[in-house]
Design a protein around this ligand. Structure first.
Ligand SMILES: [Zn+2]
Length: 68
């Protein structure tokens, strides 16, 4: 059966926890907004400088993709 075009994966914004639709045309995914994206990137970049990476972040994205 073909998927309906309006069948959309729902994800939670890592920044504020708000639920949003995972859309390929959303430049801010998986964040709800450009603001959350920017804030998380700053935190992520700061953390990377300390521990040299953030594997948890990659795991979350991979799981989301597998479930779609
Ligand atoms: Zn958000």
């Amino acid at each position: 059966m073909a998927k309906l075009p309006n069948e959309t994966l729902r994800v939670k914004c890592p920044g504020c926890g708000a639920e949003l639709a995972w859309r390929r045309d959303n430049p801010n995914r998986p964040f709800c907004s450009e603001r959350c994206k920017a804030e998380d990137f700053v935190a992520w970049a700061n953390e990377e400088q300390v521990i040299g990476g953030s594997p948890d972040y990659d795991d979350v994205l991979s799981n989301d993709l597998l479930q779609s």
